[in-house]
Design a protein around this ligand. Structure first.
Ligand SMILES: [Zn+2]
Ligand SMILES: [Zn+2]
Length: 345
C-alpha cells in the first residue's frame, strides 16, 4: 500500500503554549484517493462486506411515488466525461465540453422528478478495517466499521444526508451479499462518493480555537498577529504566516477521531439521543482533503498539486457537504449500539 505523509507542522505549538499539550489527541487521516476498492478492503465509496442474510438499510422518508434527484449511474458517467475532458489538450478559449458531453454532465448533476416505488436504499460511504487502522474505535469483538447514508437532505439533520453505522466481524460474513440494492435516485450528486482506496496516517491534533478557554484563544490570536507578515511588505494585507486554526489545530479531510472541526458555529453540548450520555468524534466526512487555507496539510506525495482542481487528489471522493463544510459523526460514549449524532461544520 502506498502511503500519504502529512508534512511536519510549521512549528511545535506546545513549545509556545504548553497548556495545549494535555489537549492533544490523535486522529487518523484516511487520505481517500481514486481506486478500485473491493469489499475485502477499506474504502470510501467502495463495496461493503455485507452478509447476504442481513437486510440492506433503507430510509423510509423518500418512499415515493415521486422524488427529485439524479440517478447514481448518471452521476458516475457525468464525472467520467468531465475527467476525460479536463485531461485532454484544449485550444485556448475552446469549450471544455461538446454539446453531447454537456448533456451527459447535466444529466448527472441537475435533479429532475422521477418515479420511486419503495423506500430508498442507503449508499455505502466508507468501510474501515481494524487491520488497516488498528486504533479504530469499535465494540469488543468487531474489526470492521461500515458507514452508509441516505443520500438526500434531511431537514432535521442540518439538511445533510443521514448517516448509519454498522460494526461487524469480517470473519462472520460467510456469504457476502453479491449485489446490494442501489437507489434509483439520490437527492444530489454531491452525496455519491467515487470509489477510493484509503491510506491511513496517524496525526496529532489540538482543539479548534472555538473549543479553547476564551483567554487562551485570545492569547493564541495575539501570538498569530505577532508573527503576521514577518519579513513581508509593511501595510500589505497579508495572511498570517502560521494560523493556529488551519495549520496547527484540526486536520482537514476525511479522518477518524481527533478533535471536531468547529468552524462557523460555536461548540454546543451534544448528547446521545437514546441515553443522554456524552458523544465523541468518530468520523469526519469532508469534501476537500485540503484547500488554500489548510494547504500545509497536503501530503508530501501530492506536492505537485498546489490548487484543488477537479482532477486533483484533494477532491477525489467528489463529495460536497453544504458550502464546502464537513459532516462530523459522533458516537455515544456509553454504547456503540446507540444511533450516531451528526453535525455539519
Ligand atoms: Zn432519507
Ligand atoms: Zn447512548
Amino acid at each position: 500500500m502506498t502511503t500519504r505523509t502529512t508534512p511536519p507542522r510549521p512549528l511545535d505549538i506546545t513549545a509556545v503554549f504548553p497548556e495545549l499539550a494535555p489537549l492533544a489527541r490523535t486522529a487518523v487521516r484516511l487520505h481517500p484517493r481514486a481506486g478500485a476498492p473491493t469489499a475485502a478492503g477499506s474504502s470510501v465509496g467502495g463495496p461493503l462486506l455485507w452478509p447476504a442474510e442481513e437486510p440492506w438499510p433503507t430510509c423510509p422518508e423518500h418512499a415515493g411515488p415521486w422524488q427529485h434527484g439524479v440517478a447514481p449511474d448518471d452521476v458516475h458517467v457525468g464525472r467520467r466525461v468531465l475527467r476525460e475532458a479536463w485531461a485532454r489538450p484544449r485550444a485556448e478559449g475552446a469549450d471544455l465540453l461538446t454539446e453531447e458531453e454537456r448533456a451527459l454532465v447535466d444529466r448527472g448533476t441537475e435533479p429532475y422528478r422521477t418515479a420511486l416505488d419503495g423506500p430508498v436504499p442507503l449508499v455505502p460511504v466508507a468501510q474501515i478495517r481494524a487491520a488497516d487502522v488498528p486504533t479504530l474505535p469499535r465494540p469488543e469483538g468487531t474489526d470492521l466499521l461500515q458507514v452508509l447514508w441516505c443520500a438526500f437532505d434531511h431537514p432535521e439533520d442540518d439538511y445533510s444526508p443521514r448517516v448509519e453505522l454498522r460494526w461487524r466481524r469480517a470473519a462472520d460474513v460467510v456469504t457476502p451479499l453479491a449485489a446490494p440494492p442501489r437507489p434509483a435516485v439520490i437527492g444530489s450528486d454531491d452525496y455519491l462518493p467515487e470509489p477510493c482506496v484509503l491510506h491511513p496516517e496517524t496525526v496529532t491534533e489540538y482543539p479548534a480555537p472555538h473549543e479553547l478557554p476564551e483567554e487562551l484563544a485570545d492569547r493564541i490570536h495575539a501570538w498569530e498577529a505577532g508573527i503576521e507578515g514577518d519579513g513581508g511588505i509593511e501595510g500589505e494585507d497579508e495572511e498570517p504566516e502560521v494560523c493556529y486554526q488551519y495549520d496547527l489545530a484540526v486536520a482537514p479531510g476525511w479522518k477518524l477521531g481527533g478533535h471536531a472541526p468547529w468552524s462557523f458555529s460555536d461548540p454546543f453540548p451534544m448528547a446521545c439521543a437514546e441515553c443522554g450520555a456524552g458523544v465523541r468524534p468518530l468520523l469526519t466526512i469532508d469534501g476537500t482533503e485540503w484547500d488554500g487555507g489548510s494547504g500545509s496539510w497536503a501530503p508530501v506525495e501530492d506536492a505537485g498539486y498546489t490548487g484543488y482542481h477537479f482532477l486533483g487528489p484533494a477532491l477525489e471522493t467528489q463529495i460536497t457537504i453544504g458550502r464546502s463544510y464537513r459532516l462530523q459523526v459522533y458516537v455515544c460514549e456509553a454504547s456503540y449500539d446507540h444511533p450516531p449524532v451528526q453535525n455539519m461544520q
